[in-house]
Design a binder for this molecule. Structure first.
Ligand code: DGL
Length: 278
């Protein structure tokens, strides 16, 4: 491990990974964290798999250059399509979404009939289907791609007729298939939790992998002896989180601040992300 490395690196295509950042901050409130939102390339859900690996490698290198000693891939699409490759390429510990989500869903379901809502790429990868059935052989996994949800969350639209009708369309087939559990297989979706609950009712368990990802990050931090506190930070809410985007920093600041319920402060721009990467 790099002896000067001391940060936690977190990345997603956009604001979705904030649901994971929130859980990491709860587990490790004093650790310096760098959050990278690749909004210049959003959404990842329907991009070519090769592009997802290119983006994940680029961002991993960026976060390493910012002193990351552990990286949380707070994006299911990147976890499904690129995690094993970036783990091979870089020696830093990297925590992904799929194993955490699959374990949590396999535990939460009584009947073993589990719905997974995710991006088209994550659904096509079958990563969740195989990770869940490797934990519970008898499980029946019903997947549903939800391409309209990420643009709604990125626009800050968490309520209203459009959200309700999109969710009814996506969740109806899962309810029809008799699932007792729905896994949020995209980090943007927990921001729609209230609306999802309104559609599925109280009998269906809703599983967000974020807390388990945060627990894994925390145990990695402990095992690796990553200090990372920055006690000089002026405000406890902002202590040690640096936000970086490949897209529009003002827009990211506005939406992220609304979603997190407090002003996240200045957002830096990484132009290296757009240069030549499409
Ligand atoms: N939030 C991401 C995920 O968990 C990616 C969403 C997207 O950019 O399509 O899959």
């Amino acid at each position: 491990m790099n002896s000067t490395a001391k940060s936690i690196g977190v990345f997603d295509s956009g604001v979705g990974g904030l649901t994971v950042l929130r859980a990491i901050r709860e587990a490790l409130p004093a650790h310096h964290t760098v959050y990278y939102a690749d909004t210049a390339h959003l959404p990842y859900g329907n991009r070519e798999p090769g592009e997802i690996l290119t983006f994940a490698s680029y961002i991993t290198e960026y976060l390493l250059s910012r002193g990351a000693a552990v990286i949380a891939v707070a994006c299911n699409t990147s976890s499904a399509l690129a995690l094993s490759r970036i783990r091979e390429r870089y020696s830093v510990p990297i925590v992904g979404m799929i194993d955490c989500g699959a374990s949590a869903a396999a535990r939460a379901s009584a009947s073993g009939r589990i719905g997974v809502i995710a991006t088209l790429n994550t659904v096509r990868s079958m990563a969740y289907a195989s990770a869940i059935t490797s934990r519970r052989r008898e499980a029946v996994v019903v997947q549903q791609a939800c391409p309209d949800l990420v643009p709604l969350v990125e626009a800050g639209e968490l309520h209203g007729a459009q959200v309700a009708s999109a969710l009814k369309g996506y969740l109806g087939p899962l309810l029809g298939a008799g699932v007792d559990t729905v896994l949020y297989g995209c980090t943007h979706y927990p921001f729609l939790h209230g609306e999802v609950r309104a559609v599925v009712g109280t009998r269906v368990a809703l599983v967000d992998p974020a807390r388990q990802v945060a627990a894994e990050v925390a145990s990695t931090v402990a095992a690796e002896g990553i200090a990372g506190e920055r006690p000089d930070a002026p405000d406890v809410r902002d202590r040690g989180v640096d936000f970086v985007t490949s897209g529009d920093p003002d827009q990211f600041r506005r939406i992220a601040s609304t979603l997190l319920g407090h002003d996240i402060g200045e957002v830096a721009t990484d132009r290296g992300a757009s240069g030549g990467r499409g």
